[in-house]
Design a protein around this ligand. Structure first.
Ligand SMILES: [Zn+2]
Length: 344
């Protein structure tokens, strides 16, 4: 089981999604325990908010304007299920999607509502997240891996992006994969301490084998992931920076388990992660665990499946992606300002 090089500091995994919870309620805040978002009135009447929004639009220029408009709203981006619920629309059918090789060494596997990532290395596979349950682990993750030609017996690590008390999305499939394949589960201890005591009897959760910490390196064979702490959605939410290859060329992606939420701690920590990790590492793509949260993932995946040799819609290039991150932060400041919270 190759070497985990435990650097020091904190952290662990995941998907950039806007992800509120499976039962996200829509409307203000969206998910259980989520911080309050500003009202339309607070948003439109605050001078600093208007300045921040204008700054975000300037950063966006012409090529990131739709993204800036999505981020700069009172709630920020909302994943598909939550946005539809808030708009009074019926839920989308939740169906299994064809496994998609987004990069040479990274597969998207999952359903329209939620997904995992399988990272292939010279010494086995690292899985990011585990969906809701043992059944989904078996029928969606393992079945999808086999369809993709990946051997589930080669899963060495499972990095969990975050966990919610009393709820098993993201964490529910981990115990099955841990027991069946001997995979080692990596999770931030803050979330583990919240989640394990409240687990549902019908969905037992895995006890993590390793703590995930901010700045931690997780190495398997020829691949080293960098785990970063991105709190807000949950106190222990972790992002993962992944070296990827596309047709042999090297790139870097970040998997965010959730977007920045309107607390000062969340804002400042996301800003640190972007400035101290993502920008120096030339990250140029954001990946997540809930499709269509901050970008059109399902159409992106279809584009890749239809034309695997064509341009990859996830890759922004480092300069454009740095502006994407700056826009997320500036719109986060706009939300804090509307709530009367200091923004720096
Ligand atoms: Zn969540």
């Amino acid at each position: 089981m190759s070497y985990v090089r435990t650097a020091s500091v904190v952290l662990s995994l995941v998907a950039l999604a806007v992800h509120l919870d499976a039962q996200g309620r829509g409307g203000r805040g969206g998910g259980r325990g989520a911080p309050e978002t500003p009202t339309e009135q607070q948003w439109s009447s605050n001078g600093e908010t208007r300045e921040r929004v204008a700054a975000a639009m300037t950063i966006a220029g012409s090529d990131l304007l739709p993204q800036a408009k999505m981020f700069c709203t009172p709630t920020g981006p909302q994943r598909m299920a939550v946005a539809r619920q808030a708009a009074g629309l019926p839920p989308m059918p939740n169906v299994v999607v064809e496994p998609t090789r987004v990069f040479d060494n990274m597969w998207w596997i999952g359903m329209t509502s939620q997904n995992v990532w399988a990272i292939t290395t010279s010494d086995g596979i690292i899985l990011l997240d585990t969906m809701n349950s043992a059944e989904e682990a078996r029928d969606v993750i393992v079945a999808g891996m086999k369809k993709a030609g990946l051997d589930p017996a080669r899963i060495r690590y499972i990095v969990i992006g975050h966990g919610h008390p009393g709820q098993s999305d993201h964490t529910g499939g981990a115990l099955h994969l841990q027991k069946t394949y001997g995979a080692r589960v990596v999770m931030n201890p803050i979330d583990a301490k919240l989640v394990l005591p409240s687990q549902r009897p019908d969905r037992p959760l895995a006890v993590p084998d390793l703590d995930a910490f901010h700045g931690q390196k997780l190495t398997l064979g020829d691949t080293t992931l960098t785990l970063v702490h991105t709190p807000g959605h949950t106190p222990g939410t972790m992002g993962v920076i992944v070296p990827v290859k596309l047709r042999g060329a090297s790139h870097t992606a970040i998997v965010l388990a959730a977007t920045q939420l309107p607390t000062r701690e969340s804002l400042l920590q996301f800003e640190r992660v972007f400035n101290e990790f993502a920008k120096p590492m030339k990250v140029e793509a954001s990946l997540n665990m809930h499709a269509n949260g901050v970008q059109e993932d399902l159409p992106f995946l279809e584009t890749i499946r239809k034309n695997p040799g064509g341009p990859n819609p996830y890759l922004y290039g480092p300069e454009r992606f740095a502006r994407w991150m700056d826009i997320m932060i500036e719109c986060g400041r706009a939300r804090l300002a509307a709530l009367g919270i200091p923004t720096s």
